[in-house]
Design a protein around this ligand. Structure first.
Ligand code: MN
Length: 720
């Protein structure tokens, strides 16, 4: 032991130190004396074990685990977590092993400590491998007991708080890792308060100058508004009290990294950020929340369209709150959040609130299946991934969505844009894999070329040198590489080859209708050629071979049928779906496809081509059955109206139907039908409107407008 540590030793900690006493006070508020005593025992052991050890900051080591434990006590975590936090570095850094802990504190605590220790135990040759290995361990530990990650997050927070003692290279590494992995995990687990704290600490570490600049801008802005905010806060508080509501009102402020992200993401100037300051009202009951809202809206003018009722319809992570914006003095918009105490705990602590509810023997506001599912999903990625580097890549993808990550049969990871299909994948691996594509499997099951890939799937492509690209693929590929390669291939084939290819494709498609080209009367053939603006049958073959017409649809058009010919079928101007010249096209009433939707055609001799949305559930069984569906795409400039169906969930108030109908009509849309679904007894009504519309863009605009209507709880496209 060197001289410095002996000196520090004399200043070491024990159970009568102030920091420990404060901590003890905190845990005594929610844990029973027996549990507090056990924690004290663990503290004594940790003090002994770390005796003589000094943090880089010069503090006695025990400060660190005690700080982590104290943070978890703020979340009112159970006594096992607190003990494990106090002991979290003893296996790693001292003589004490897992067995010792098991004997003294039980198997649970020993496993938690072991779990935390394992997270950074292994060392690898490269930084990337080390990162990935740690992450892999973390996910595994997390899946066994989520408390391990909560301890790890608390550990990380204190390390960041005392990071000044480290050299700049280490600081940057820890800061970056926090922004990339730990803070997003805290967010995914719904622990917003910790997420914000980690982000700000890490942001300051990685970008000290940016942090300082923004921080001072906020401070300056706060200086200007302090009085104003205080005034608003007091006014709201008093008014709510006068109305007999027992609420607490707090002024709040955006965190620095949140501001940075918003400015960067939306390319906003500082002056354009108007939710820098806000007010939060915490009430006792849900009823009080709505009453407070009414009172505040009476006091100040609400900003139209900013009211959101996340109490009636919680966010997918369980978050509940009322949001509104009011126009404060000097025309300043101010964001107001209103929620109950319980909702506030959930909003701030997320999954960590689970133990809070457990200790009080009250059921938690939500169950954590989503978070559990997420962890299970991460686990399956780790099982499938080939090497640590790829694993790291895929986890980051999961924490920062936008791409889809899939595996090759050898376990390599490929990242593709969202909505990529098997053909996109094939071309991404190798051009030959696309050009000679014969069939494919996703997770060992046969899949069609247009299948949209999902995260974590394993894709296998079987090739055959005799096969060449199907021009129809152009209808669904999303990557430039695939589109370009298919076009390049089709262009490269000479007209004579295009004719041969087109003939082959058409012959093949005609087989489905049990006929051959020779069986087709010349008269029919001539009509069809005219429809496709072709002079000879070779021209038509070439069109098919070059990917301009779809063989299957041409076959269907020339096959004998009882269907009446479409009127004015010679004109191509009113084609809505590419390649359906001369065919009867109708739009499915289950999913109401409109231009802009990804679509599939269901083909039958009785009904012609029935267009469905790719998402349509009723297609599922058809897809499985046989070759009856076909990828389709909209013609370039469709100028027509279509029927679309939207589901509107509304408060059950009088006149609501009339009001919404009026709003739709004011936006120049025709309502074709309305159906009421009052089977649910939630006090809400669900109405399904079928309206005439041009396309997806227009529909989205309408949905956006309707969402701003405060009587409407939710609006969405009806799926099927
Ligand atoms: Mn630690």
């Amino acid at each position: 032991m060197d001289k410095t540590s002996i000196i520090k030793n004399s200043r070491e900690f024990n159970i009568s130190s102030k920091k420990y006493l404060d901590f003890k006070k905190k845990i005594s508020k929610y844990l029973n004396p027996y549990q507090v005593k056990k924690i004290e025992k663990s503290f004594n052991l940790a003090c002994d074990a770390h005796k003589g050890q000094v943090r880089k900051s010069g503090e006695a080591y025990i400060h660190h685990p005690l700080s982590a434990a104290s943070l978890l006590a703020d979340f009112q975590l159970d006594h096992e977590s607190i003990m494990a936090a106090i002991l979290h570095d003893v296996i790693e850094d001292t003589e004490i092993g897992k067995e010792n802990l098991k004997k003294s504190f039980g198997v649970k605590v020993a496993e938690l400590v072991d779990g935390v220790s394992k997270l950074d135990k292994l060392s690898f040759s490269t930084k990337e491998e080390a990162d990935a290995a740690n992450l892999r361990k973390m996910i595994l530990a997390m899946s066994q007991d989520i408390r391990v990650i909560l301890i790890k997050l608390a550990d990380r927070k204190h390390n960041l708080e005392t990071i000044d003692a480290l050299d700049s290279k280490k600081r940057k590494k820890i800061g970056k890792e926090t922004l990339e992995i730990f803070a997003p995990i805290a967010l995914r687990l719904g622990i917003h308060s910790l997420n914000k704290e980690l982000e700000d600490l890490a942001f300051e570490t990685v970008y000290p100058f940016r942090y300082a600049t923004l921080r001072s801008m906020i401070q300056k802005s706060r200086g200007n508004r302090k009085e104003l905010m205080e005034k608003i806060k007091n006014l709201i508080e008093k008014k709510l009290q006068d109305e007999g509501l027992n609420t607490s009102v707090v002024a709040r402020e955006k965190h620095v990294y949140g501001l940075y992200k918003k400015m960067k993401l939306k390319e906003f100037k500082f002056s354009q950020i108007n939710d820098l300051f806000g007010v939060r009202v915490i009430s006792n009951t849900v009823d009080d929340c709505y009453r407070s809202l009414g009172i505040i809206h009476n006091l100040y003018t609400p900003v139209p369209g900013r009211f959101k009722d996340y109490i009636a319809i919680p966010k997918s992570n369980g978050y509940q709150s009322l949001h509104t914006s009011i126009i404060g003095p000097h025309g300043l918009p101010i964001e107001i959040q209103i929620r109950t105490k319980d909702m506030n705990i959930l909003a701030e602590s997320g999954i960590a609130s689970h133990w809070f509810y457990k200790s009080k023997n009250i059921p938690s506001l939500k169950n954590y299946t989503k978070e559990q599912q997420w962890i299970t999903n991460l686990l399956s990625i780790q099982k499938d991934s080939g090497n640590p580097k790829e694993y790291l890549k895929s986890i980051k993808a999961d924490l920062h969505p936008g791409k889809v990550y899939v595996f090759t049969p050898k376990g390599n990871i490929l990242d593709l844009p969202k909505r990529s299909t098997i053909i996109d994948y094939a071309y991404a691996v190798h051009t030959d894999l696309g050009n000679n594509y014969a069939s494919s499997k996703v997770d060992d099951l046969p899949a069609s070329p247009s299948t949209i890939l999902k995260n974590g799937q394993r894709v296998e492509i079987l090739v055959n040198k005799k096969f060449i690209p199907d021009p129809g693929w152009l209808n669904f590929v999303v990557t430039e590489k695939a589109r370009h390669s298919i076009r390049a291939y089709l262009k490269s084939i000479k007209k004579i080859d295009a004719i041969a290819l087109g003939k082959k494709l058409l012959d093949y498609s005609l087989k489905d209708f049990d006929i051959q080209l020779n069986d087709i009367p010349k008269k029919t053939l001539n009509i069809v050629l005219q429809e496709y603006s072709c002079e000879t049958i070779d021209d038509l073959y070439a069109e098919i071979g070059l990917g301009n017409s779809i063989a299957k649809l041409v076959a269907m058009r020339i096959a004998p049928t009882d269907m009446p010919l479409k009127e004015n079928s010679a004109s191509n101007t009113d084609i809505q779906i590419r390649g359906t010249e001369g065919l009867v096209v109708s739009y499915a009433k289950c999913c109401y496809p409109i231009p802009g939707d990804p679509i599939l055609g269901h083909i039958s001799q009785e009904k012609g081509v029935v267009v469905h949305r790719q998402k349509c559930r009723s297609l599922n069984h058809m897809k499985k059955s046989s070759d009856e569906t076909l990828d389709l795409s909209w013609a370039d400039n469709v100028d027509d109206t279509f029927s679309a169906s939207i589901k509107v969930e509304v408060e059950n108030v009088r006149g609501v139907l009339a009001m919404i109908s009026a709003q739709i009509a004011q936006n120049d849309f025709n309502i074709e039908s309305v159906t009421y679904d009052d089977t649910k007894t939630t006090g809400h009504n669900i109405m399904v409107f079928v309206i005439s519309i041009n396309g997806v863009k227009e529909l989205n605009k309408l949905i956006k407008k309707l969402k701003k209507n405060s009587n409407i709880l939710n609006v969405e496209r009806k799926r099927s």
